[in-house]
Design a protein around this ligand. Structure first.
Ligand code: 1HE
Length: 272
């Protein structure tokens, strides 16, 4: 396989669009005519994108074209697979979304319109979620006679609890953007059209963190949260020592002590 130039983004299907913006990469779901329903090519493209990010990308913003973030699994592809092929299909989604959650850099996503089924599973694999007021969340798998397969059973209970996931799947209930934030599905709610700007602002800030800190938050924190406490405390101590020992961290600490770094002030609340 030819070597990728370290600054170029991976090749993608036409249903995904990527661009660079400084230290950020922006990935857009670009299949609005099908409400960004995720077909195999898109899922494989997502995996390729997050597995092949150039070294100088420090954070990613994920958004969707059109009126909806994503209508979930492309239901047109879900016909007549045998059991083994269905398991393999679900595992393909798991690999792709793991490449987001446990990839190299944090991912901020912008949610609007339908964030349903596999679209919600995709959003749940990202690290920060900014919802525009139009966003709504649902798991229509129950009414389609299927079951989640893109990681929802694992990721969503961690965000909103098993009971809410059960409720969403059994009854098909939708939650709006405000409900979603209160439940923990998004971190922010912003006005229509403001999501991308907010996501870029957050991603830019994240990109300015030390890579070691971002690594620890993405890879160590969630593992510690699932460990027994004694092992977790030990892992935390080790990670803290590794991070603080980094020369860049030492410089940042000196910068603060010598009044060259910003204070941690409480910003006036503009978004919620
Ligand atoms: C699709 C899909 C899709 C739209 N697969 N083609 N997801 C769902 O159960 C949600 C299904 N979609 C909807 O309920 C609606 O499309 C929306 C509420 C998202 C948007 O409604 P609307 O009126 O704007 O669009 P539409 O007219 O319904 O759809 C436009 C086109 O997109 C139409 O195709 P066309 O060729 O007739 O123009 C739709 O068929 C197509 N389309 N959604 C395929 N999902 C790993 S397991 C995950 C399991 C799941 O994700 S289950 C949840 C599936």
């Amino acid at each position: 396989m030819p070597e990728r130039a370290s600054h170029s983004l991976p090749e993608l299907p036409s249903s995904l669009r990527a661009e660079r913006q400084g230290a950020l990469a922006l990935l857009r779901l670009a299949r609005p005519e099908k409400r960004n329903a995720l077909d195999d090519a898109m899922v494989l493209g997502i995996e390729a994108f997050f597995s092949g990010l150039p070294d100088d990308v420090k954070a990613v913003v994920l958004a969707g074209d059109g009126e909806h973030f994503s209508a979930g699994l492309d239901l047109g592809e879900l016909t007549r697979r045998d059991i083994a092929a269905s398991i393999a299909h679900s595992q393909m989604w798991h690999r792709a979304f793991d490449a987001i959650e446990f990839g190299r850099v944090p991912v901020v996503c912008v949610l609007h319109g339908a964030v349903v089924g596999g679209g919600l599973e995709l959003a749940a694999a990202t690290h920060i979620r900014v919802a525009e007021r139009s966003a709504y969340y649902a798991l229509p798998e129950g009414s389609r006679g299927i079951y989640v397969g893109g990681g929802a059973s694992v990721r969503l209970p961690r965000l909103i609890g098993t009971s809410r996931v059960m409720e969403m799947m059994l009854t098909g209930r939708t939650y709006d953007a405000e409900d979603g934030r209160a439940l923990g599905l998004s971190h922010y709610v912003v006005e229509a059209g403001a999501g991308l700007g907010k996501a870029i602002e957050l991603a830019t800030r994240i990109a300015d963190n030390e890579a070691m800190t971002n690594f620890a938050v993405m890879h160590v924190l969630p593992r510690v949260a699932e460990q027994d406490p004694a092992s977790g405390y030990l892992m935390e101590s080790l990670m803290a020592a590794i991070a603080a020992g980094d020369p860049q961290a030492q410089k940042r600490l000196r910068d603060f002590l010598q009044k060259r770094a910003p204070k941690t002030l409480h910003a006036r609340r503009r978004d919620s």
